[in-house]
Design a binder for this molecule. Structure first.
Ligand SMILES: [Cu+2]
Length: 274
């Protein structure tokens, strides 16, 4: 009973509390968890939206004004005006100026994603049809991350977003993400971190994020990659340094790279014997 009540309360909480994943009827972005995403949200909320609103209202006003002022019943004889140089200069210059003003913060955000600070943790995400593979090159860890089928979901695990092996990263540390693919184009995207990079076979794209709060964050492949494109989610657990180190110790045993290499060697030996 208490559990049910708690769950209901949990559902009634304002969206921002559980905003690390998409929600029904969601408007706008997921809650930011990195400086990059905060910049993107700021740019959207305080630059793009006001400019778009102002332009839309202004154009609507012009249309309404022209419809009423120059209606057929009041203008029996049509005007023969064909151009007005002053107005033409204005309506060319003003949009240019608006674009220049928008370009400044836009480029700032774009380049901040490209310039990777000294990384504390490096992870490599590899897109496969249809799951993500991860490597921690400095830690000798390698594992695959598959979506959990609906029938196997445990309580609290969101549908189509939960995976069997989750990525762990420490909070407030620079995480460099190397992104590539093994077969076709995929894209590693995590909305709360403001991260979205194409995974291109034969090429490594790099980006970074610094999560500023702990929690479980969900993303999805964002490049149409085939029939199960919608079923290769991304789950990143942002944890404290201590918890991260604990996970590392476990993961180094469970997901040790040598183990895989050894298995491949073993498989080859078996093949040779046969
Ligand atoms: Cu994909």
């Amino acid at each position: 009973m208490l559990k049910k009540f708690a769950y209901t309360l949990f559902l009634l909480l304002p969206g921002s509390v559980l905003a690390n994943q998409p929600k029904e009827w969601q408007l706008g972005f997921q809650k930011s968890a990195s400086e990059t995403m905060s910049d993107i949200v700021w740019f959207h909320d305080y630059m793009l939206l006001p400019v778009i609103t102002a332009i839309t209202v202004f154009v609507l006003f012009l249309i309404a004004y022209a419809c009423i002022r120059f209606r057929a019943s009041k203008n029996k004889e049509a005007s023969t005006t064909s151009h007005n140089t002053f107005i033409e200069v204005i309506w060319t210059l003003v949009p240019c100026l608006i674009l220049i003003v928008l370009a400044v913060p836009s480029f700032k955000v774009l380049y901040s994603q490209d310039e990777i600070p000294k990384a504390d943790v490096t992870i490599k995400a590899i897109g496969y049809q249809w799951y993500w593979g991860y490597e921690y090159p400095d830690e000798n860890i390698i594992f695959d991350s598959y979506m959990i089928e609906e029938k196997d979901l445990k309580e609290g695990q969101p549908r189509l977003l939960s995976v069997d092996n989750e990525v762990y990263v420490p909070v407030n540390k620079v995480v460099k993400v190397m992104i590539t693919a093994n077969d076709v184009l995929h894209a590693w995207a995590l909305p709360s971190f403001g991260v979205k990079r194409d995974a291109v076979p034969g090429r490594i794209n790099e980006t970074w994020f610094k999560a500023d709060r702990t929690g479980t964050f969900y993303g999805q492949c964002s490049e149409l990659c085939g029939i199960k494109h919608a079923f290769m989610p991304i789950t990143v657990n942002v944890v404290t340094e201590e918890e991260y180190n604990q996970w590392l110790e476990k993961a180094k045993v469970e997901f040790a790279k040598e183990e895989i290499n050894n298995n491949i060697k073993l498989a080859k030996q078996i093949k040779e014997i046969n």
